[in-house]
Design a protein around this ligand. Structure first.
Ligand code: CDP
Ligand code: CDP
Length: 202
């Protein structure tokens, strides 16, 4: 039987970290849908038309190791408002959500557009400065040369673009549980997510 957990929220809120832990805890499959938009963005930077890139996206290209760079983050949020790009990625995400044994999908529009009937929806968020600090630390550990102010500005620009676009804007679904992780450790955030899922799973 399928069971979908939808996790949405702004950049660097902890969606991926929580999704991976929850998937491991319950034995669910996990799809980071941001990677789909990042892969399309990366192909646009390579010179491809974004709609064509989305329509011909090979799931194997999600393994490209440059997908987490700030340049690709920006490119992803520039291709994401294009309705034809979103439409091309829809079936893959819905099929993933429907797989037997349970699935966790994280992104921006999982609870609102991709899986509006998901039994569990979490909207993970944190203050701008906390999120920028987390992302800055992550990039610094990977050896990416950047500053806190650059990371904060990149993140705020992307959040604004994601929230203000007409197609599938970033916003909590009406029935989402909002999880503000500003003051939470990773373990605390994961425990809160596990509890919310257990409550709805019965
Ligand atoms: O997927 P998303 O962009 O929402 O965030 P992430 O990649 O899961 O988390 C961004 C960074 O914040 C990672 O380095 C996490 O280890 C860290 N994090 C944290 O410090 N505290 C949390 N409660 C959640 C994540
Ligand atoms: O890890 P982080 O939260 O910084 O970004 P991501 O989840 O990898 O998403 C990268 C970009 O893809 C976002 O800024 C959105 O523009 C777009 N995206 C989207 O539009 N819809 C999704 N379901 C997931 C990502």
């Amino acid at each position: 039987m399928s069971f979908t957990v939808a996790i949405d929220g702004p950049a660097a809120a902890g969606k991926g970290t929580i999704s991976r832990a929850v998937a491991a805890h319950f034995g669910f499959a996990h799809l980071d849908t941001g990677l789909l938009y990042r892969a399309v963005g990366a192909r646009m930077l390579d010179g491809l038309d974004p709609v064509e890139a989305a329509q011909t996206l090979d799931p194997a290209s999600l393994e490209r190791d440059d997908l987490r760079s700030p340049a690709v983050s920006q490119a992803a949020s520039k291709v994401a408002p294009i309705p034809e790009v979103r439409a091309a990625l829809l079936d893959f995400q819905r099929a993933f959500a429907a797989r037997a044994g349970g699935a966790v999908l994280d992104g921006r529009d999982i609870g609102t557009v991709i899986c509006p009937d998901a039994p569990v929806k979490l909207f993970v968020t944190a203050s701008d400065t906390v999120r920028a600090e987390r992302r800055y630390r992550e990039l610094a550990e990977k050896g990416v040369e950047t500053t806190f102010d650059e990371v904060l500005a990149e993140m705020q620009e992307r959040d604004r673009r994601d929230s203000e676009r007409a197609a599938a804007p970033l916003k909590p679904a009406k029935d989402a549980v909002v999880l503000d992780t500003s003051q939470m450790s990773i373990d605390e955030a994961v425990a809160a997510a596990v509890a919310a899922i257990e409550e709805r799973r019965g």
